[in-house]
Design a protein around this ligand. Structure first.
Ligand code: 4NP
Length: 151
């Protein structure tokens, strides 16, 4: 059975859609048989497309995330995935509060455990490229670790 991995941020419109898009692309490239998805612990953006700047930075890197739609990580998602991965400490805390036993933090896979900054309140596009690069490095390391049975 293929492993299931869900990336979780707050709104599911800025960071975790990038993680989903990057992970799906990398799995295609490496022929990794993983099921990738994303969600947010907040409910504000259910059914909405990713934010313009995430769509833009993904597009600049050859990835189309425009078809993704916001999903809420609620109780029904708890302990249903092989790997639940939060983008920052508050995401990890929110996920654990719902009852999820094991939660990984994306920044532990290449950025010394740092939070992926929430770009929702950035002033325009500036900074989205750094967020993309951070997610890109960590997602690939995470997927390689899963593939190599390191986690
Ligand atoms: P994300 O960013 O968690 O990376 O999707 C946010 C998007 C929306 C909100 C907060 C963070 N919000 O408060 O609506």
């Amino acid at each position: 059975m293929s492993k299931t991995i869900i990336f979780v941020c707050l709104g599911n419109i800025c960071r975790s859609p990038l993680a989903e898009g990057i992970a799906k692309r990398y799995c295609e490239e490496q022929a990794y048989d993983f099921e990738i998805s994303s969600a947010g612990t907040g409910t504000w953006h259910i059914g909405n497309p990713p934010c313009e700047n995430s769509i833009k930075v993904a597009h600049q890197n050859g990835i189309d995330i425009s078809m993704q739609r916001g999903v809420n990580f609620d109780e029904s998602f708890v302990n249903k995935y092989d790997y639940v991965v939060g983008l920052d400490d508050s995401n990890v805390m929110n996920i654990k509060k719902l009852g999820q036993e094991k939660v990984y933090k994306l920044g532990d896979f290449g950025f010394e455990g740092k939070d992926v900054p929430d770009p929702y309140f950035f002033d325009g596009f500036e900074g989205f490229d750094k967020v993309f690069d951070m997610i890109d490095v960590c997602v690939k390391n995470l997927l390689n670790d899963i593939k190599n049975n390191k986690i």
